[in-house]
Ligand binder design. Structure first.
Ligand SMILES: [Zn+2]
Length: 172
């Protein structure tokens, strides 16, 4: 597979994400070509890696929101938080934590924002679980925090519905 088969520009990521919408195992297409952008990066070793381990990795996006902005991913394909095994998720979050600490020590960041999306309606752009780790400084002049509120309205009390479902042992 040629490097050109690994598009990582934001625009092509969005196009790929639309192509892959609904696919749960987008690792190999019928053609044999890698159809998951992040699996493609891992297979081709074509990202700007910050860390590569057997289970988890971190790399720099082409369109960073801030200096040092990184994406942390499991190296095996899991679409989102719903299908990632807890032990893999734990390793992924451990790398998020380690990288966050390194942003403070190496980049003198004051803190970090950790951003992630999973599933339809969440604005997930690439269906391979990933966490954006964005270093923040007091004088960086931007905000990643949402300024709008959901327009979704529900009958009944969603907090009670969640609490009852959790108590009953239902994950969804
Ligand atoms: Zn993948």
């Amino acid at each position: 597979m040629a490097l050109r088969d690994c598009p990582v520009t934001p625009k092509s990521c969005v196009i790929r994400a639309k192509e892959l919408a609904g696919e749960r195992r987008p690792v190999l297409a019928a053609s044999g070509r890698m159809t998951c952008v992040f699996c493609c990066l891992i297979s081709e070793n074509s990202a700007r890696w910050i860390f590569r381990g057997p289970t988890v990795a971190a790399f720099a996006p082409l369109d960073p929101l801030a200096p040092g902005h990184a994406l942390v991913i499991p190296t095996s394909h899991y679409a989102d938080i719903f299908d990632t095994p807890p032990e893999v998720l734990a390793e992924t979050m451990a790398l998020v934590q380690r990288l966050s600490g390194t942003m403070r020590t190496a980049l003198k960041a004051g803190g970090v924002n950790i951003l992630s999306a999973s599933g339809p309606g969440s604005e997930q752009s690439v269906p391979h679980l990933h966490f954006h780790v964005v270093p923040r400084w007091a004088d960086d002049g931007f905000s990643t925090w949402p300024t709008e509120q959901s327009q979704r309205r529900m009958a009944g009390d969603p907090v009670i519905q969640l609490a009852n479902a959790m108590a009953a042992g239902h994950a969804a």
